[in-house]
Structures are given as structure tokens and as C-alpha cells.
Design a protein around this ligand. Structure first.
Ligand code: PLP
Length: 478
């Protein structure tokens, strides 16, 4: 018998490809339909079958590839990938605790439980349980915010950028707001004080110079069109050397002498003196209110350690004007934010326990020895995962608070430094490849590359997550 020609072989194998119906009716197919529904499973199988047909025509398909089980496994992989949520938990080993791109503050359990409840049960969001009448959603947290900051009133909006926009528009529309040139901050993500002022309908009156602003600069800037004096926290930079700025106490005195309010965008805004925890000192919101600020805005998910929110506290008459502004409705927060915020604020009523209970503070104050011990435990596991092309070493490093809080202060930490053992010139690509492998894990691991090494800072690898971290690496070792 003459050997079959390549054309005949192809024809024979094409006809061996199982039909869509047969695959759908196989037990694995039925199970997939139960999980993903007929539409998706049939769609995935069609793609697999098309690819298989092409592979057979190209003479690239192994006989095993035609087995129904093989095809169904391939389709299952496709379906799993297509149905995986876009939001994925990651391991933040960047060393930046409040990492904006990784979602900033992690919330304590109390807040998580409160959000779960708010998601699944009706709540008194705008319903006054005493009178049975319509209530105000700000009331749920106003009392706590006032108690913790010493302010008369408070309101909450979507984030601090929104808080600044709303405050400026409500109190300064079509008038002038005086700000020092040394405080015209760009926060990143296109938040720039001058741009926000323009959008708020406020005229920026710049005073002083980049490095020096004096009391007389504020005094001379005040005119008939002045709406307020404003100070902005230099969150993400520091000016050193021949510098002078005017303390909020003095700015407030000048404003008050002219019957004007003094406003402060505090940025991160902490509610507790961080120096008590061995961290660099930052003026608290209460300090700022006590110094005479009439309105203070700050973030919910930076040092405060809560959900994304913009908090505005201050004089009752000014907060009332802010709440009446139509932008307030556009920028208001939802119930999930309020549900998460309240328990976080409650924690501040027990300052002695804050270091243990507030996740952000716990991470910021983890002792170096803890991360050091973790590094020693994890080094061999990571070495196995990366393989002999790389060398893993426990190493001291510095963490950052992040989100513009104290950019020049670094926290001593410990972690793993991974360097390539490959020859010169190939190191950069090998590190990029490794970063890619770590990102490709079920729960991606994000570190940072600098000085020809990949640094994995263990400050944010909480003890509770360590087992999962190890298990995932063991499952995917080189
Ligand atoms: C971070 C920051 C903002 C923006 O706050 P978001 O909550 O991110 O909107 C505004 N002003 C200052 C000074 C900041 O540090």
C-alpha cells in the first residue's frame, strides 16, 4: 500500500476532530456549562476548535490534541481567564505603605465588617432614627470628626481634591484667594493648586517667592476682592536652605483682622501626633484648627488610614455654606465610604490601642526585627522560585509612607534584594523578566527595581498573609 500523501493525512485528521455537540455533552462539558453558561462555553469551544483545525491544516497538531478532554481543558483555561475579576489582590512589596496605584490605606476589620453590612442591609443613611424624618448623611460622622479635631462642624466628599474644589468654590467664587508661591503644589494625577482654583472659579493671588514668603506679603495682598487666605501642605516636596514661610497661626491672625477666613489644605492630615509612634512629627488636624484655621481639608485614605474620602472640618457657618453649594451633591460620598469611615474614626478615641488596631499605623510602625526575621524565612523560598539565574539576599532597605506624606523621611525596613547571576549587560532584561513572572502570579507580587536589583520590602507583608505568599511561590518554583 502506498504511503498516504500529506493531503490525505490532513483530511483524515480533520475529520477526527470532535464535534461541538459531542464536547458540550461530555461530562466535563456539561460541568462547564453549569459553571459558565451555554453561551460562553460554546463560544470558547468554537475558538479552540478553529485553532485546532488550523493546526491540523498546518500539520502542527499532535494526535493528543484531538482528544475531547484536551480540548475541554483548553476551553476551561480560556473561560477561567475570561471570567477572572479585573480587580485582583496583590502583594505590595514596593516599600510604599500608602501606595496610590495599589489602593492606598488598608482598612481595619471593623471597617470591613461595616462595609459588608452596608452592602447587604438597609441603613439609616439619610434617615433620622429619633424623629423618623429625613436626615443628613454627614450627621453620621460629623460628631466624631468634631470630637477628634476640635472643629465646630464637618462634611465629607469623594476625596481631598473634591474637598479643595468645593471649599474654594463655596467660599471664594469670583473672588481672590491668597496663596504663597512656595505652596503651589502639584500632587500628581494632574491635581495642581492653580488649576483647581481656576476650575473652582477662584482667582489665585500668588504672593512671596518659591523659597520665602513673609507676613507682609499676606498683609499687602488683601484687597476688596479677597475671599480668604489659604495655606497648602507641601506634601511631596521640601524646600530647604534660605527659606521662610508664615505659620498658620499668623496667617489666621492676619485673615481674622480683616474679617476673612483662613483655609488650610492639609493633604494627608493626621488625627494623632505621629511622633508618639516614633514617626516624624506632622501637625495634626486638631493643631491646625487650634491655631486658628477656619476650614481644613484632608484625605481619608492617607495617614488617617480610612477609605477614600475628602474631609472638611471648620467653623459652623462656613461648613453650612459649603454644604449648601450645588457641587456638594455632585461630590458627595456613598454609604460604603461612610460605613467604612465611622469605625476608623472610632479607633482614634482609644489612642493607646491605635498602633495595633489601625492597619496603616501598624504597618508604619512594624519593627525592623520583624521584617528581618521574615526576610530570613522567605529568602530560601524565593531563591527556589527564581532559580539559579538569580541570587536572593536578605537586605536592609527603606520604606516610604507614600501618598505625599513626608516624602523625605524614610523608615528603616528589611526585605529581599534579588540580583541576576548572569553576565554583564543581561542583568536589566533578566530583572524585567523576573518582575513579569512575579506580576503573572495568581496574586501578583509588586516590588521595585533600582541599582540593578529587584527589591522586595517586607514591611507590608502582614503575618496573616505570609503563608499564602509562601504557598504561591512553592507552587510556581522554577
Ligand atoms: C493628596 C493631596 C491632595 C489630594 O487628595 P486626594 O484625597 O488624593 O484627592 C490634595 N492636596 C494635598 C496637599 C495633598 O497632599
Amino acid at each position: 500500500m502506498a504511503a498516504a500523501t500529506p493531503g490525505e493525512l490532513t483530511a483524515a485528521r480533520l475529520s477526527d476532530i470532535p464535534s461541538l455537540d459531542r464536547l458540550l455533552n461530555a461530562s466535563r462539558g456539561v460541568q462547564l456549562v453549569g459553571q459558565y453558561g451555554h453561551t460562553q462555553v460554546a463560544g470558547a469551544l468554537r475558538i479552540c476548535l478553529d485553532e485546532l483545525r488550523q493546526a491540523v491544516i498546518d500539520d502542527k497538531a499532535s494526535p493528543d490534541a484531538l482528544l475531547p478532554d484536551q480540548i475541554l481543558t483548553q476551553a476551561a483555561g480560556r473561560l477561567e481567564k475570561a471570567n477572572r475579576g479585573a480587580f485582583r489582590p496583590v502583594f505590595n512589596l514596593t516599600g510604599t505603605v500608602l501606595h496610590t496605584n495599589l489602593g492606598r490605606a488598608l482598612l481595619p476589620d471593623e471597617a470591613v465588617q461595616a462595609v459588608v453590612q452596608a452592602l447587604s442591609q438597609p441603613m439609616n443613611l439619610e434617615y433620622d432614627l429619633t424623629t423618623g424624618r429625613r436626615g443628613d448623611r454627614d450627621d453620621l460622622v460629623q460628631k466624631l470628626l468634631c470630637e477628634l479635631t476640635g472643629a465646630e462642624a464637618a462634611t465629607v466628599v469623594n476625596n481631598n481634591a473634591a474637598a479643595v474644589l468645593l471649599m474654594l468654590n463655596a467660599l471664594g467664587n469670583r473672588r481672590e484667594v491668597v496663596v504663597s508661591r512656595g505652596e503651589l503644589v502639584e500632587i500628581g494625577g494632574s491635581f495642581r493648586i492653580p488649576d483647581i482654583m481656576l476650575r473652582a472659579g477662584v482667582r489665585l493671588k500668588e504672593i512671596g517667592t518659591t523659597n520665602r514668603t513673609h507676613v507682609s506679603d499676606y498683609q499687602e495682598a488683601i484687597g476688596p476682592r479677597t475671599a480668604m487666605l489659604m495655606k497648602v501642605h507641601c506634601s511631596n516636596y521640601e524646600v530647604t536652605g534660605f527659606v521662610k514661610s508664615v505659620h498658620i497661626r499668623q496667617v489666621a491672625d492676619i485673615a481674622h483682622a480683616h474679617g476673612l477666613p483662613a483655609a488650610v489644605d492639609l493633604g494627608s492630615g493626621t488625627l494623632t501626633d505621629l511622633a508618639k509612634w516614633g514617626l516624624p512629627h506632622e501637625p495634626t488636624v486638631a493643631d491646625t484648627v487650634a491655631a486658628g484655621a477656619d476650614v481644613v481639608t484632608f484625605s481619608g485614605d492617607k495617614l488617617l488610614g480610612g477609605p477614600q474620602a475628602g474631609l472638611i472640618v471648620g467653623r459652623a457657618d462656613l461648613i453650612a455654606r459649603i454644604k449648601k453649594n450645588p457641587l456638594k451633591r455632585a461630590l458627595r460620598v456613598g454609604k460604603l465610604t461612610l460605613a467604612a469611615l465611622e469605625p476608623v474614626l472610632q479607633l482614634y478615641k482609644a489612642p493607646e490601642l491605635l498602633g495595633e488596631r489601625l492597619t496603616t499605623l501598624r504597618l508604619l510602625t512594624r519593627p525592623v526585627q520583624t521584617m528581618h526575621a521574615q526576610a530570613l524565612r522567605l529568602a530560601p523560598v524565593l531563591q527556589q522560585f527564581v532559580g539559579p539565574e538569580y541570587q536572593v539576599e536578605p537586605a536592609p532597605m527603606y520604606s516610604q509612607i507614600g501618598s505625599g506624606a513626608m516624602p523625605v523621611n524614610q523608615l528603616p525596613s528589611y526585605g529581599l534584594a534579588i540580583r541576576t547571576t548572569a553576565g554583564k549587560g543581561r542583568g536589566g532584561r533578566a530583572l524585567m523578566h523576573l518582575e513579569g513572572r512575579l506580576r503573572d502570579l495568581d496574586r501578583p507580587v509588586v516590588g521595585r527595581v533600582s541599582d540593578k536589583a529587584l527589591w522586595l520590602d517586607l514591611r507590608c507583608l502582614q503575618e496573616a498573609d505570609e503563608a499564602e505568599f509562601i504557598q504561591q511561590l512553592r507552587g510556581r518554583a522554577e
